[in-house]
Design a protein around this ligand. Structure first.
Ligand code: ADP
Ligand code: MG
Length: 461
């Protein structure tokens, strides 16, 4: 695939007024009018100072995705030689470091920032000279850089603003893990860190955990290989089990103006949540599941098709047989049984040509591994943050359970099937009932006291 095919729909004018004009001039001189996808998607986050993981295949333009914002940042901060090193770029090989350095050189045309290439095989004395004078941007291989950090006194990186781990997968393949750990331990922790890689596996993820701040932005544009359609924005939210109701409440509020499908793993769960959100929170909700009469199902189905906005609470089985036209949001409140079902569920949105849609799956902190599991199936999720869960709705539900026998019965049944679905989940290692605090899980159904769950003890299900 050529770079051409990787270009985004934006133009570099998206940076007008935001990035130094000299950088924009250079891009023009290079004949680059449009950013590539990774550039278009990563640049805004990087410019906000966020830590970021950028996943895009080789040749997709990752180098400029980090060089543009880094050069701009140091320029705006007024870096001069006396400030020492403001940015370090780690590359796996001398050749790749040299390549990056060449792009950097072009970008620095007419700009007074100092830079140097520090790689193994060159004379160390030459490096020391550059470091002593002050090099604002350093492109380096890990071994030699660590050597200087440990041994070169005149190497001043107290003002370091940014660390870039480029080609992280190759860095790890080349066995640089220890060097990188050493480097990180010697750098100021108050910095922005960006990690780029063609592929993201568990090792790259653990490097990211070590080097980056918690909850980095994840941008993945390997979408031509993706199992889900291009117009689909999909992500996950991490939420503890006791905050599930506030989370759903907030989610429904956020997507109020859209058409939303919310997936549950059992009819009883649909019944309880439907009753609570419809009758007690006043939300625009419809529901469909296999235990309803045919006429009620049809009616709900038709109403949802006709509606401009609102939510449909459903189970997988009920949804599968229905030809529901594209919806805007897919919310997976209960986990799918496997990646196939995940793909099935999100397939309800962003259908047809140029259609857009969004999807979010709710996971407990213990279940975050499902994201890597999906990645193996070529489904790439971004991490969404959701902020504070609203307390009021939880309090309201807890009061309701005490006062209202009907809701309490629905809640109890839903709670039991929720646990049962976990207990019989095919991906036991990820959706593991043993890692679940049953008392806290009961809060997700409004119970202050945990209802009796005999089936967890006896074999009866
Ligand atoms: P990666 O690091 O993702 O492997 P590079 O940053 O080395 O990719 O870029 C690959 C090629 O794409 C380079 O030749 C580069 O000059 C070119 N390129 C980068 N950005 C653009 C752009 N916005 N428009 C056109 N070509 C670009
Ligand atoms: Mg590269």
């Amino acid at each position: 695939m050529s770079v051409r095919e990787l270009l985004s729909n934006c133009t570099f004018s998206m940076l007008d007024g935001k990035v130094d004009t000299r950088i924009l001039e250079t891009l023009k001189c290079l004949g680059f009018n449009k950013p590539t996808r990774i550039q278009a998607e990563a640049l805004p986050h990087i410019m906000l100072g966020k830590d970021l993981i950028g996943a895009a295949k080789t040749g997709s333009g990752k180098t400029l995705a980090f060089l543009i914002p880094v050069v701009d940042k140091l320029l705006k901060m007024g870096f001069t030689k006396k400030h020492g090193t403001g940015c370090i770029i780690l590359s796996p090989t001398r050749e790749l470091a040299l390549q990056t350095n060449n792009v950097l050189k072009k970008l620095l045309r007419g700009i007074h920032l100092s830079h140097c290439l520090i790689v193994g095989g060159e004379k160390k004395a030459k490096d020391v000279l550059s470091l002593r004078k002050g090099s604002n941007i350093i492109v380096s291989t890990p071994g030699r850089l660590l050597d200087h950090l440990e041994n070169t006194e005149s190497f001043n990186c107290d003002n370091l603003k940014c660390l870039i781990v480029d080609e992280a997968d190759k860095l790890l393949e080349a066995g640089f893990e220890k060097h990188i750990t050493g480097i990180i331990s010697l750098l100021p922790s108050k910095r922005q860190t960006l990690l780029f890689s063609a592929t993201i596996d568990n090792k790259v993820e653990s490097l990211a955990r070590l080097a980056l701040k918690a909850n980095p932005v994840l941008i993945s544009v390997n979408e031509d290989k993706q199992s889900t359609v291009t117009g689909l924005q999909q992500g996950y939210c991490i939420c503890s089990v006791q905050n599930r109701i506030p989370w759903l409440f907030k989610m429904l509020k956020k997507t109020k103006k859209f058409k939303v499908m919310v997936f549950f793993s059992s009819c009883k769960s649909v019944d309880f949540h439907y009753d609570f959100f419809k009758n007690h929170c006043g939300a625009a909700v419809l529901c469909i599941h296999g235990k309803q009469s045919q006429s009620r199902r049809k009616e709900a189905y038709q109403s949802f098709i006709d509606a401009e906005s609102g939510a449909l609470f459903c189970t997988d089985v009920a949804a599968r047989g229905l030809d529901i036209p594209s919806v805007d949001w897919i919310v997976q409140y209960d986990p799918p049984t496997d990646p196939k079902e995940y793909i099935h569920r999100v397939g309800r949105t962003a259908r047809g040509v140029n259609q857009k849609g969004s999807a979010v799956i709710l996971l407990r902190p213990e279940e975050e591994e499902f994201v890597s599991y999906l990645r193996k199936e070529k489904v790439f999720l971004d991490k969404y943050s959701f902020g504070e869960p609203p307390r009021e709705v939880q309090d309201m539900l807890e009061e309701l359970i005490i006062k209202n026998g009907l809701v309490k019965t629905l809640a109890r049944k839903a709670y039991l099937t929720f646990l049962r679905c976990y207990k019989t989940h095919p991906l036991k290692k990820i959706f593991n009932i043993k890692t679940m605090d049953l008392k806290l899980a009961a809060k997700a159904f409004g119970f202050l006291e945990q209802p009796d769950v005999d089936f967890l003890r006896s074999k009866k299900t």
